[in-house]
Design a binder for this molecule. Structure first.
Ligand code: MRU
Length: 353
């Protein structure tokens, strides 16, 4: 089992020898180790536990999870493989609530399943998942080029969370724009919010940047206002987990505050996301489910509690930035300036969807 996907340096998700290999993002960069998922249940747990994270990466991983589910359903039920997959599909669907790419990927795999007969579906499903993975990388490269064209030479950029090769099929969304800008006109500085409590910025974005030989300056999330006030940032670039039909954008907690700060200081705020992140069934941000995780993620660090035992924590892991604060939405299908319902509908019309 397994197809050919053209990777950049980081191979974070791979289907090989009937298993899904995931670069464990909980321990990077101090350890580079892979978690091997032998079945769809293990894939779903890996998504829930954030072995793999980032909306597009979750979608790609779920698609490979469907391949494992199909192979095992055929092994158990033969020609009746399709109904035998139901429980696995449901487990994958419930693995994380906010990233709509998960549902998009499962729907795309289901479309392929519908067209198959009673024979072993494994090869066809593998081909479909591999194609979905390759398409994601291709979309990222396109967004990279479109986004880089919006930035000045030697730009000074600020980003939040991790939106790079680790968070996607490869290359990255907002971090893909950083990569493309660096190749095109150079970047003078890349500031990465540390991104409490999982430190996706301090661990993962910083690791990707230094691995590529790009400048990396980490700041505490609360320092972003002071940095923007100094006038040292040309643009803020972030990814998205789900974008409503009107452009309201759910992304890593802290994004909303960053968007308010960027607007206050007159700095452009760009959302970079593939069209698979746009949920057209969701009218506005109020309809986006926001994941809340274990309070211990905030009260403790790596199992060591730093807050008083009596203290509680609120741990929403995403927030919604109103579309009015987004200067442009950069997708593989084009750039929507000042996104709103009309602009997003026109984007889909242009590409015939
Ligand atoms: O909780 P995470 O790490 O999965 O959150 C990830 C983000 O919020 C990213 O910004 C988003 O998924 C876009 S990744 C290209």
């Amino acid at each position: 089992m397994g197809g050919e996907v053209q990777y950049d340096r980081v191979r974070a998700i791979e289907l090989r020898d009937g298993a899904v290999y995931l670069l464990d993002q909980r321990v990077l960069p101090s350890e580079v180790r892979y978690e091997v998922c032998q079945d769809a249940t293990q894939v779903a747990s890996a998504i829930t536990d954030m072995v793999v994270r980032g909306a597009p990466a979750i979608g790609v991983t779920a698609a490979y999870g469907v391949v494992l589910a199909a192979a095992s359903a055929f092994g158990a039920a033969g020609p009746q493989w399709r109904p035998a997959m139901a429980a696995d599909m449901e487990r994958l669907r419930r693995s994380r609530p906010t990233a709509v790419n998960l549902h998009w990927a499962l729907a795309r795999m289901e479309e392929v399943m519908e067209r198959l007969g009673p024979d072993d579906p494994t090869a066809a499903m593998t081909a479909a998942a591999t194609r979905l993975h390759a398409d994601d990388i291709e979309a990222n490269r396109r967004m990279g080029a479109l986004g880089a064209a919006l930035l000045p030479a030697q730009a000074r950029l600020l980003t939040h969370c991790n939106t790079g090769a680790l968070a996607t099929g490869g290359y990255g969304t907002a971090l893909g724009v950083v990569r493309a800008a660096a190749a095109r006109n150079g970047v003078a500085a890349v500031y990465a919010d540390e991104t409490r409590p999982w430190l996706q910025g301090a661990r993962l974005t910083a690791w990707e940047l230094v691995t590529e030989g790009l400048p990396a300056t980490i700041l505490a999330d609360g320092a972003a206002g002071a940095l923007l006030k100094r006038g040292d940032i040309d643009a803020v670039l972030v990814g998205a987990d789900r974008i409503a039909a009107n452009g309201d954008t759910a992304n890593k907690i802290g994004t909303y505050g960053l968007a308010v700060l960027a607007r206050h200081h007159g700095v452009p705020f760009y959302v970079v996301a593939p069209t698979s992140t746009i949920d057209r069934a969701c009218k506005d941000g109020s309809g986006i489910p926001i994941e809340e995780r274990d309070p211990l993620e905030v009260l403790a660090f790596r199992g060591v509690r730093h807050s008083p035992e009596q203290a509680q924590a609120w741990n929403p892991v995403f927030d919604v930035t109103p579309a009015a604060l987004v200067d442009a939405l950069i997708t593989e299908a084009g750039v929507v300036e000042h996104p709103d319902a009309r602009g997003i509908a026109a984007l889909f019309e242009r590409v015939g969807r």
